[in-house]
Design a protein around this ligand. Structure first.
Ligand code: AP5
Length: 220
């Protein structure tokens, strides 16, 4: 079976951290709607201007915009042998659209992995996060320091703090997760696609568990 995977979880759960490891190990494209929006913001495109007005406050970008973006990306040739969706779907409307689209193009979801972390830890992670401006690799000022302060280990790019990584925006993001995204656990549970993962035990341990699950899908 193709490795068509969804990575879900609240802000700061470690989706981006795990995604970087997964795409390296399993050679599937990483489709992060958050990264796509940040790239558009960096380039100053009309999509970027629109997305920024929502993201900086911690609000969700409207469904029709986000669904259109993913539709186009998932239909590309490099997704034929699998893909990793990170941060999409986030609403019931997005999940339903994804289900319809993946059926239509014969690229149905094989697994939905949800990483769970308690709120206090999410706040600690988000408030200390620094991200590489070039490649997006995440760091933490206490627990995942780069070898040289302020410089990405992977590409040498400068590290910065995301505009939505502040207390007010984070509260809004957590509320959206509770109201809009958490109900999707039930959606994927009903389809027997959901796996719940404990995201508090360290990123290497979590990656070992994810690798085991993905190897099972690959071997099917
Ligand atoms: P997005 O970019 O998807 O952000 P998010 O979901 O809020 O998630 P984060 O990137 O903040 O966290 P993460 O889970 O990737 O954690 P990370 O690995 O970095 O979305 C941003 C915005 O775009 C949204 O708010 C919305 O406005 C918009 N958007 C995106 N998709 C959308 C959609 N589908 N619909 C509508 N709008 C959309 O780790 C965090 C920190 O913790 C790091 O410092 C890391 O070093 C550390 N860490 C990671 N793992 C561990 C671990 N196991 N133990 C200890 N520390 C760890």
């Amino acid at each position: 079976m193709a490795m068509n995977i969804i990575l879900m979880g609240p802000p700061g759960a470690g989706k981006g951290t795990q995604a970087k490891k997964i795409i390296q190990e399993f050679a599937i494209p990483h489709i992060s709607t958050g990264d796509m929006f940040r790239e558009a913001i960096k380039k100053g495109t009309p999509l970027g201007v629109l997305a920024k007005s929502y993201i900086d406050k911690g609000d969700l970008v409207p469904d029709d915009v986000t669904i259109g973006l993913v539709k186009e990306r998932l239909s590309q040739d490099d997704c034929q042998k699998g893909y990793l969706l990170d941060g999409f779907p986030r609403t019931l409307k997005q999940a339903e659209a994804l289900e319809g689209l993946t059926k239509e193009i014969g690229r149905e979801i094989a697994l939905c992995l949800n990483i769970d972390v308690n709120k206090e830890e999410l706040i600690r992670r988000i408030s200390g996060r620094r991200v590489c401006k070039n490649c997006g690799a995440p760091y933490h000022i206490e627990t995942a320091k780069p070898k040289v302060a302020g410089v990405c280990d992977i590409c040498g790019g400068p590290l910065y703090q995301r505009a939505d990584d502040n207390v007010e925006a984070l509260e809004t993001r957590l509320t959206h997760y509770e109201h809009d995204t958490k109900p999707l656990l039930d959606f994927y549970q009903k389809r027997n696609l959901l796996i719940l993962l404990d995201g508090e035990g360290g990123s290497e341990k979590l990656f070992a568990e994810i690798s085991r699950l993905l190897n099972e899908v690959r071997d099917d």
